[in-house]
Write a new protein. Structure first.
Length: 582
C-alpha cells in the first residue's frame, strides 16, 4: 500500500476516535468486573520456554466453561503446556511450572453455594486426579459438546501432536477415546468446534490446523537488531483443517474423516480461530476460519453436505484494503439486532481488529472504522474475544484479550523478564452501531498487563449475567465476576433435545418483547481463541418488565414458540414441547 493510502487510513482512524471514548459509567459500581480470588482456583499456565524460541510457546493458553457433572453450574477445564524438547527439565525452565510434575490439563469443579441473603458463593475444587486426566502432548485449545448423546458433556483438546477426545463417563472421570473414535489429528491443531453440520442429531467436529511445524522443523528468527525472537506464521507452511462426521447410530461414539469430500483438504489454512453459524440464512450450518497472515475462509455448506470457501465473494477473506491480516480470535453474533450473525476477529499490532457486518444473505462489509473499533486496537496484538451482553441491556458488547508475540523492545530494554504483556480491553455496544471503550470502568483486573490468550464466557454464579474465564500465556488464569448485569432484567435458556439430554448447539432463538425490538441469539460453545463457552443462552432485557415470548429455530428446521416465559431465571426448553410454527 502506498504512503498516501496509509496516511488516508490513519486519518480516517483518527477521525473516529470519538466513537471509542468512554462516556458510559456503570451505575452504582466502580467496577464492571471483579476478579475472584481465594476460591480454590489456582491454575497457572506453563508454556515450556527453553530459550530456543519455539513458536508454539508464545501462542498457548486455552480453557473451557462447561458443566461436567450435570449439577447445574459451570466447571473449569484448563489446557496445560509441556516442556518443549525431550531432554529438557521443566524445573530448569526460565519460568518453572507451578503445578506438580508430570504436568497435565486441570479440571476444577464448581461447588457453588447460596450464602446469606441469597448471594452466590463461588468455590472451586481441583478434581484433576479424580477425573483420570493424564499427561499428554502440549495443549492449546478445547471444544465442548455431548458427541455421544448420553447426557454428559465431552471434550476435544487440541495439541501440538496428537489431539485428545475425552469422553465424559458420567462418574466424574474422563476416558481418552481418541483412537477408537477415529478423531485424531497429529499436526498442530488450535481451534475446534462441535456442530451438527448434517443435522442428523449427532454432533460433528471441525478441527483447525495451524502450521506444518515440529521441533525438528524449528527455524531461527531474529529482530531488526539481530536478537533472537519468535518466528511469524510466514516461516512455515499451513496445514489443511479437518472435518469429522459423527457416525451416530451406525457406529455410536465413532467419527469419519470427511475432510476430502467436504472440500477442506484442497485448501491448507493457518487456523487459529473457528466459529460456526448459518451465515447466509439458508438453514445450513457454515464455518468461518480465522487464519494467521493468510486469507480467512468462509466454508458455506451446500445442500449435498459439501462446503465451498466463499470468503472472497462474501467479503470476509481480507479487510477493506484487500489485505490478509494475522487473524487469531473470532466470534459471531448479532451485534446490531437485525437478526443475522456478524463477525469480529482479532489481529496483530498495527493491523486493527476487524468487524464484518452481515447483510443477512452471507455478504459482509468491513465496518471496523464506522463502529469505533479500529483505533483502540491499533497498538495491540489481540487473541480471544467474545460477543456478550455484560450489562444485559439487550446489545452484545465485546471483550478482547491482548498479548504480544514479538518482543516489545521498550519492555525488554527495561529488563522485563517476559516482555510480551499488554492490557486487555472492554467495549460497550451503544445500540446505535457504535462502540465505546469502557476498559477503565472494567475493574482493577483490566489494569493488569499480561500475556492474555483465551476468553471463555458464561454465568459462573448463576445470577443472570456473563462472567469471564481469562487464560494467560505463562501466567495465572483469572475469573472475572460480573457485578452489573444482574441488575437488569434477564432471561436464561437451555435448549435441549427431545430426551432432555443434549444442548442442541446451533439453535437460533428470537426473544419477543412487546414494544421492543426482537433479540436474536444462538446456542453455541465455540468462538474466541482456543476456548469453549457456556452453551446456555443468556438474554439481557434491559428495563423490560414481565414475561417474554420466545421463538426457537431448531437445527433440524423445526420452529416452535413458547409464550410468557418468566424472566430472572433459567428455563429448559425441550425440542418438540413448544407450539409448532410454520
Amino acid at each position: 500500500m502506498s504512503f498516501t493510502a496509509h496516511f488516508r487510513t490513519f486519518s480516517c482512524l483518527l477521525g473516529m476516535l470519538s466513537f471509542a471514548s468512554p462516556g458510559w459509567i456503570a451505575a452504582d459500581t466502580a467496577e464492571i468486573f471483579e476478579e475472584l480470588t481465594g476460591s480454590g482456583f489456582d491454575f497457572v499456565q506453563f508454556n515450556g520456554m527453553s530459550g530456543q524460541f519455539y513458536m508454539a510457546e508464545i501462542n498457548s493458553g486455552g480453557g473451557a466453561l462447561f458443566d461436567y457433572d450435570n449439577d447445574g453450574d459451570l466447571d473449569l477445564y484448563l489446557v496445560q503446556g509441556q516442556m518443549l524438547g525431550a531432554s529438557q527439565d521443566p524445573a530448569k525452565s526460565k519460568f518453572p511450572p507451578r503445578h506438580p510434575l508430570p504436568l497435565t490439563d486441570r479440571l476444577y469443579r464448581n461447588d457453588l453455594q447460596v450464602g446469606p441473603g441469597g448471594q452466590p458463593i463461588l468455590r472451586f475444587t481441583d478434581v484433576t486426579t479424580k477425573s483420570g486426566l493424564v499427561p499428554a502432548a502440549y495443549g492449546f485449545g478445547v471444544a465442548a459438546g455431548d458427541y455421544d448423546n448420553d447426557g454428559w458433556i465431552d471434550l476435544y483438546v487440541t495439541r501440538l501432536g496428537s489431539n485428545t477426545l475425552l469422553r465424559n463417563q458420567g462418574d466424574g472421570t474422563f476416558a481418552d477415546v481418541t483412537q477408537t473414535a477415529g478423531a485424531d489429528d497429529t499436526g498442530w491443531s488450535v481451534p475446534a468446534a462441535f456442530v451438527d453440520f448434517d443435522r442428523d442429531g449427532w454432533l460433528d467436529l471441525y478441527v483447525g490446523n495451524y502450521l506444518d511445524f515440529t521441533l525438528a522443523k524449528h527455524k531461527i528468527c531474529r529482530t531488526a537488531t539481530g536478537a533472537q525472537d519468535y518466528c511469524g506464521p510466514t516461516a512455515y507452511r499451513g496445514a489443511p483443517d479437518r472435518l469429522f462426521r459423527n457416525r451416530g447410530k451406525a457406529s455410536p461414539g465413532g467419527f469419519q474423516d470427511v475432510s476430502a469430500t467436504a472440500g477442506m483438504l484442497r485448501q491448507p489454512s493457518k487456523s487459529l480461530g473457528v466459529v460456526s453459524a448459518d451465515f447466509n440464512s439458508d438453514g445450513l450450518p457454515d464455518f468461518y476460519v480465522a487464519n494467521d497472515l493468510a486469507a480467512n475462509q468462509m466454508w458455506m455448506q451446500t445442500p449435498d453436505g459439501r462446503f465451498r470457501d466463499e470468503a472472497l465473494l462474501a467479503g470476509t477473506a481480507v479487510n477493506a484494503h484487500g489485505k490478509a491480516e494475522a487473524s487469531m480470535g473470532v466470534d459471531a453474533g448479532d451485534f446490531d439486532g437485525d437478526g443475522d450473525d456478524d463477525l469480529f476477529m482479532t489481529h496483530l499490532v498495527r493491523e486493527t481488529n476487524t468487524l464484518f457486518l452481515n447483510d443477512g444473505h452471507g455478504m459482509f462489509e468491513d465496518a471496523t472504522i464506522e463502529t469505533g473499533l479500529g483505533v483502540p486496537s491499533w497498538s495491540h496484538t489481540s487473541w480471544g474475544t467474545a460477543w456478550f451482553d455484560f450489562d444485559n441491556d439487550g446489545w452484545l458488547d465485546l471483550m478482547i484479550a491482548n498479548g504480544a508475540v514479538k518482543i516489545i523492545e521498550e519492555l525488554a530494554n527495561a529488563g522485563d523478564p517476559y516482555p510480551f504483556h499488554e492490557k486487555n480491553q472492554l467495549f460497550r455496544n451503544r445500540g446505535d452501531g457504535k462502540f465505546e471503550d469502557v476498559t477503565r470502568q472494567g475493574g482493577k483486573v483490566f489494569d493488569r498487563s499480561e500475556v492474555s490468550r483465551a476468553i471463555a464466557v458464561g454465568d459462573l454464579d448463576n445470577d443472570g449475567d456473563s462472567d469471564v474465564l481469562l487464560v494467560n500465556n505463562n501466567g495465572p488464569a483469572r475469573l472475572l465476576i460480573n457485578t452489573v448485569g444482574q441488575k437488569s432484567t434477564w432471561l436464561g435458556l437451555r435448549l435441549l433435545d427431545r430426551a432432555g439430554k443434549r444442548d442442541l448447539l446451533g439453535t437460533r432463538i428470537a426473544v419477543h418483547r412487546q414494544g421492543h425490538k426482537t433479540i436474536w441469539r444462538r446456542t453455541r460453545s465455540d468462538g474466541s481463541f482456543a476456548a469453549a463457552n457456556d452453551p446456555r443462552v443468556l438474554v439481557g432485557l434491559g428495563d423490560h418488565a414481565g414475561p417474554v415470548d420466545v421463538e426457537v429455530h431448531w437445527p433440524n428446521g423445526l420452529v416452535e414458540r413458547w409464550e410468557k416465559l418468566p424472566t430472572g431465571r433459567y428455563t429448559a426448553l425441550h425440542q418438540g414441547a413448544g407450539r409448532s410454527q410454520p
